[in-house]
Design a protein around this ligand. Structure first.
Ligand code: GAR
Length: 208
């Protein structure tokens, strides 16, 4: 059983996709041990509670400094002792100490085809606004391992989504979630649970 901890900040539709795939049996041998949010108002926490999954909030606002928050986050994750940490719309920079403590055990979903529209300042709706501003005709989503850089770790899965003329950033965000994110995040977790994601330096391959 792959023991996962899912980190969230907002609506939690990606968390819901994971919960649903575990529920319908598509995602086998995977359990969500805990859902952790930095934001007490995150609807993702309600989704976790509705599914009977332990949920907790660690807010930077409750700590004197960012360092204290980072230490608390590391301590909590070590306590939970996950095999895999899933960043499902977690909009807090992961402290280096956490990355060092869980090397290649943290994955992130990003709403573009990395290396386009990623890195500092590219998160949530902003990614889609930038894609539309640039006028690209295809975008998508990426699941990747988290390393010390910003959206720079080895890519596990990507899925492309076509951009129709006249679409709004909000509509594009929904389209990318529906056609890409909610599919490839559970699929990547499943591949990891099956031991099929093989790392080789900065790249991965999927074993048959
Ligand atoms: C998702 O679109 C996810 O890809 C994005 O935040 C959204 C969270 O939605 N993450 C990033 O932009 C990370 N750089 P959700 O809470 O409904 O899953």
């Amino acid at each position: 059983m792959l023991r996962t901890v899912v980190l969230v900040s907002g609506g939690g539709t990606n968390l819901q996709a994971i919960i649903d795939r575990i529920g319908d049996g598509t995602l086998k041998d995977v359990e969500i041990a805990c859902v952790l949010s930095n934001n007490p108002g995150a609807y993702a926490l309600t989704r976790a509670k509705n599914a009977g999954i332990p949920a907790l909030c660690l807010s930077p606002k409750d700590y004197e400094t960012r360092e204290r928050f980072n230490e608390a986050l590391l301590r909590k994750l070590q306590e939970l002792s996950p095999d895999l940490i899933v960043l499902a719309g977690f909009l807090v920079a992961i402290p280096e100490a956490v990355i060092r403590a869980f090397p290649m055990k943290i994955i992130n979903i990003h709403p573009s085809l990395i290396p386009s529209f990623c890195g500092k300042g590219y998160y949530g709706l902003k990614v889609h606004e930038k894609a539309l501003e640039r006028g690209v005709k295809v975008t998508g989503a990426t699941v990747h391992f988290v390393d010390e850089g910003m959206d720079s770790g080895p890519i596990i899965l990507q899925k492309a989504v076509e951009i129709p003329d006249g679409i709004t950033p909000q509509e594009l965000q929904q389209k990318v979630m529906k056609e890409a994110e909610w599919l490839i995040l559970p699929r990547a977790i499943s591949l990891i649970a099956q031991g099929r994601v093989v790392l080789s330096g900065k790249t991965t391959r999927i074993a048959p």
